[in-house]
Design a protein around this ligand. Structure first.
Ligand code: PAF
Length: 281
């Protein structure tokens, strides 16, 4: 496994693999890998070669967010990548990705304005811009994203379609701890007490999901039950709990074909997200 930090090194490697007729899968990450990322890497091994990018992208963090404290450990990440059969890690520094005159952005409309976009107004512009750059640098056949970031996944799928990007986006299921908490690099911020309190997210997700599976189609009833469940936990503060159409990210009142129920909840100072996605017929 190679670890490179320069764009030209990635391009040279990809060119060599292409000459051998290899397909390439890309797993974009911000590092501090957990089982969620590893499940994406394992899936990406359906390609001949797997590239993992590790880059804490400053552009997707707001001025008061956790860019400086975001956990980083390249050595640990490299070991995990090696164990999971990764061929190349691309670990650029911010200057390699954004030179001092950088001024081009990939911005999206309506999809980015709901859910996380409301409380993180610059976030998706940063995500779309960096992901586009990574796609242009690595030119993968397929790229892999987790369903935990459901809005990000929907936005990237839309961007690839709208801008005719020649690759397939593969969405992979949420990976949870044994007790239900969705895996996230930000879980490392939680104290012991907060870690216990954080289980309220998955409890609310499982409750809402069961109601929909049992036939409830009125979103306000499902949201009410989920919100009440979260309110039982004194350390939890809701940012949002919403049910939206998966394609438009706009709120819906009745479930007709399918729904994304998504939430962001602060546990102490840590903002966690979780969701469920259901198609009904
Ligand atoms: O999901 C993430 O870790 C990031 O948003 C991504 C896709 C790697 C872009 O920086």
């Amino acid at each position: 496994m190679k670890i490179v930090s320069e764009i030209t090194e990635v391009r040279n490697q990809i060119k060599a693999w292409r000459q051998e007729g290899c397909t390439v899968g890309l797993v974009p990450t911000m590092g501090y890998l957990h089982e969620g990322h590893l499940s994406l890497i394992d899936r990406a091994r359906e390609n001949h070669k797997v590239v993992v990018s590790i880059f804490v992208n400053p552009m997707q963090f707001g001025p008061t967010e956790d860019l400086a404290s975001y956990p980083r450990d390249l050595q640990r990440d490299a070991k995990l990548c090696e164990e999971h059969g990764v061929d190349l890690i691309f670990h650029p520094n911010p200057e390699e990705m954004y030179d001092k005159n950088f001024c081009s952005y990939v911005d999206m409309g309506v999809l980015t304005e709901e859910l996380c976009g409301l409380s993180r107004p610059v976030h998706f512009r940063g995500v779309c811009t960096v992901v586009t750059k990574l796609f242009n640098i690595v030119t993968p056949d397929r790229a892999y994203f987790g369903q935990k970031d459901a809005q990000q996944l929907a936005i990237i799928k839309r961007m690839v379609k709208d801008l005719n990007m020649p690759l397939e986006i593969v969405g992979c299921p949420i990976v949870r701890e044994e007790d239900g908490l969705a895996k996230s690099s930000r879980n490392t911020y939680l104290s012991k007490e907060e870690r216990k309190a954080a289980l309220v997210l998955s409890r609310a997700v499982f409750l809402g999901e069961k109601m929909v599976r049992d036939g409830e189609r009125d979103c306000s009833k499902v949201l009410d039950a989920m919100t009440k469940e979260i309110a039982k936990e004194p350390l939890a503060k809701i940012d949002y709990v919403k049910m939206v159409d998966l394609l438009t990210m706009q709120q819906i009142e009745k479930i007709e074909t399918g729904v994304l129920a998504a939430m962001a909840v602060y546990i102490g100072n840590t903002r966690l997200i979780d969701n469920f996605l259901i198609s009904v017929s």
